[in-house]
Design a protein around this ligand. Sequence first.
Ligand SMILES: *[C@@H]1O[C@H](CO)[C@@H](O)[C@H](O)[C@H]1NC(C)=O
Ligand SMILES: *[C@@H]1O[C@H](CO)[C@@H](O)[C@H](O)[C@H]1NC(C)=O
Ligand SMILES: *[C@@H]1O[C@H](CO)[C@@H](O)[C@H](O)[C@H]1NC(C)=O
Ligand SMILES: *[C@@H]1O[C@H](CO)[C@@H](O)[C@H](O)[C@H]1NC(C)=O
Length: 476
Amino acid sequence: MGLLSNISRPANRSPSSSFFIPRFFVVVAALSFTILLFFEVDSFVQSFVSSTKTIAGHNLEPTPWHPFPPKPSSLDQESKYSVASKILQCSYLSCGRSTTDNTSQHNPPKHDLSKSESCPDFFKYIHRDLEPWTKSKISARHIMGAQNFAAFRILIIGGKLYVDLYYACVQSRAMFTIWSFLQLLRRYPGKIPDVDLMFDCMDKPTINRTEHASMPLPLFRYCTTPAHFDIPFPDWSFWGWSEINIQPWEEEFRSIKEGSQAHSWRKKSPIAYWKGNPDVASPLRMALLQCNDTEMWRAQIMRQDWGEAARGGFKQSKLSDQCNHQYKIYTEGYAWSVSLKYILACGSVPLIVSPEYLDFFSRGLTPQKNYLPVRPSDLCLSIKLAVEWGYGHPDMAEAVGRAAQDFIGNLTMDRVYDYMYHLLVEYSKLLDFRPRQPPAAMEVCVDSVLCFADENQRRFLRKSLAFPSSSLPCSI
Ligand SMILES: *[C@@H]1O[C@H](CO)[C@@H](O)[C@H](O)[C@H]1NC(C)=O
Ligand SMILES: *[C@@H]1O[C@H](CO)[C@@H](O)[C@H](O)[C@H]1NC(C)=O
Ligand SMILES: *[C@@H]1O[C@H](CO)[C@@H](O)[C@H](O)[C@H]1NC(C)=O
Ligand SMILES: *[C@@H]1O[C@H](CO)[C@@H](O)[C@H](O)[C@H]1NC(C)=O
């Protein structure tokens, strides 16, 4: 409103200087000028509001390759003036005068060269994921090709993050994924190279190795398969999943591990347990419902209704209360599922139904050592046989559960950031051009994300704020 009253002031002043024009005409002229100005400003605000895309999903259509019901962002319920002022404040005025950027003074990084640990074994897949471009390098043409499959583009230039938005992502995946890049920049200030990359936030890999054999496109997403070029990257839930109240990873891990210690493994119920959403277009999860018989199949299959859980304040759905069984089943959903790390955290024996999709860490799991594989054909029988093997070998079974918990416990946020670090460093070495800010890309910083986040999201974001590391990244 302040904007409008300022603009109309010169028009009100004009009568004093026009002594020989009849006052009436002056008033009419001034009035029309004001009205004209009002409509000009009004249509400017209208077009500003309806053309600016935001990381809250405002003005973005769902991805055409995976449509989902668009959820109106909280912005869409406000008047266009308050939306315009919010966009102006969050997108254009937040970065540069950072209030959350005082960490480096607080905690000056003291790099201790002797203390660089070696990275977990699965970091070797970074080289395998990037292998398609070691000869050809990644050109601007590769990036523009990948844009056809991307929801947004991430650029890091001189330690600053720029984002170009193309499509909306389900829930707050885009916001939390962009946040994850910002936290990496905070964790290793001055160490993250310039990169230009395309990211898709939906579940299924899309860059088929056969179809794209002549020109592999580099596209980041949360999972991949051996038949795809997609490059796996840590998913948003490591920074929290606000919609279903899953806390940032280290806090959630601690609470699950504590919950799992309520009973020793021997005292847990000697069956295989699964709780989740079977209605995700997954034939495997439908098949799993048939195994719900503790006598015949040694399995209990429970339905998780997240809508109901949300209405009940998530009291009944705490993951830390779901570690009361000696065996826990993991099945993929529509593609990979973020639930794997929570299942491994339980200390129960993971029964993993042979996965098709792989995320960045699941490639580090070893059958018989930290999980028992289960065949998708003959699913119920396969579950029963695994559980009954454990009845005959309780020490070995207990050890598998413990190894699973150790494996995932070793995947601290330090290691998650290290994976992102090494992946981006190796990726940047392949770029055959210098990343430059495209005109449409906007700078995004911690304050601009916090500015667009709603109150609940902000709680998760603040909790997962990263601080400069006092040690070097692990070495590959
Ligand atoms: C920044 O510094 C202020 C005062 O020194 C402190 O209260 C605040 O928590 C700091 N912010 C962060 C993100 O560390
Ligand atoms: C990849 O494309 C080929 C050829 O179109 C097709 O036969 C194959 O099933 C696809 N693979 C996947 C994993 O979709
Ligand atoms: C599985 O069986 C249990 C116990 O009989 C029952 O409470 C539960 O609702 C069943 N699960 C499903 C998904 O039907
Ligand atoms: C976890 O990390 C420790 C220390 O680096 C290592 O000794 C141990 O083997 C790791 N455990 C697993 C299961 O990877």
